[in-house]
Design a protein around this ligand. Sequence first.
Ligand SMILES: [Zn+2]
Length: 272
Amino acid sequence: MEEIRRIHRPGRREFLRDCVGADEPVLLTGLLDDWPAMGKWTPEFFEREGEGKRVRIEYGNVLQDTPRFSEWELGPYLRHIRGRTVSPGEPAPYLAYFDLFKYFPELRKDVDFSYWKGRIRIPIGWIGPSGSFTGLHYDIAPNLFAQFHGSKEFTFYPPGQSRYLYPGRKYDIGSVLSEVDSRRPDPVRFPLFGKARGVKTVVEAGQMLFTPAGWWHQVLGLETSISVSCFGFGIKDTLTRGLPGAFLHGLHGMGLYRKGNCACHMQKGAER
Ligand SMILES: [Zn+2]
């Protein structure tokens, strides 16, 4: 695969056939034009609406590095990151894996993930500065990602390249994490990583991206960025992966499964 396919405003049936059925990432254009979130969900909007709301910020790439978190108020966090570029090597403060609609239930009406009609939908917000980075991993359910402000660069590797990407045992909900820090790959520990061939695509504000389950990807914020991704668990996904995943996540929360080796807890204290 040389380039990610693009489809302009597919209908639901076309989406299910040409994206979900084709089992390949696809960039979707023209769909967000009608969403109220577009143009409304700016850093200034969340800065204003976020006063007094406390959120958990992660620092750097928690998927491959030691996870670090701290609590911020959303308003001051947005003032802190607005227009800020994080230099390479500096851990970006990132409001990742954000339970946006728990904090802002009234904003549900601004988005439309009806492509996932009949599936269990799990929406997640992402707000971060240029330089925010989510390391290499794959997810257990297909995902629809909507970019409202700024842009992000995705790098994809098909499931067939798993043997070059070192799936590890570090725990994260709904994902399998690579052991490779792809921005500083260690050729001695991970000699096969050099054979992996990724495909990059930039998702601009107003565009969506479909990611199939099992496709490896990493994500870099190119500007101050606001996005929502939404997993769509079908019946089979739910039975084979969603419910077992929820069970393991419960065990993990109780310290009974992969304790001390995860992307969601600091070594001592703070819970995601
Ligand atoms: Zn954890």
